[in-house]
Write a protein that binds this ligand. Structure first.
Ligand SMILES: [Zn+2]
Length: 73
C-alpha cells in the first residue's frame, strides 16, 4: 500500500539575513540597504545609519549595532 502524502510539507519561508548577524523570517518593514549589489536588512534604523557611515566596517562586524533605535528625525 502506498501512502498518499496527506500533508505535503511546505517549504519554509526564506530567511533574510540581517547585517547585524541575525535572520528575519519576514523582512517586510525592516530597514534595508544595498551593499555590493545585495539587499541587506537591519534590525533597527539606527543600524542602517551606522552602516551608511561605514558600510565596509559594519559588514565586517567591526561596528556593534546599537541597542536602541534612533527616533525619527
Ligand atoms: Zn542591528
Amino acid at each position: 500500500m502506498s501512502q498518499a502524502a496527506a500533508s505535503p510539507s511546505p517549504l519554509p519561508p526564506p530567511l533574510a539575513q540581517t547585517a547585524c548577524g541575525g535572520t528575519l523570517s519576514d523582512p517586510t518593514g525592516y530597514p534595508s540597504a544595498t551593499y555590493k549589489g545585495q539587499t541587506v536588512y537591519f534590525c533597527l534604523r539606527a543600524c542602517r545609519v551606522l552602516f551608511e557611515r561605514d558600510p565596509d566596517r559594519f559588514m565586517a562586524g567591526l561596528i556593534p549595532h546599537p541597542v536602541e533605535d534612533t527616533p525619527e528625525p
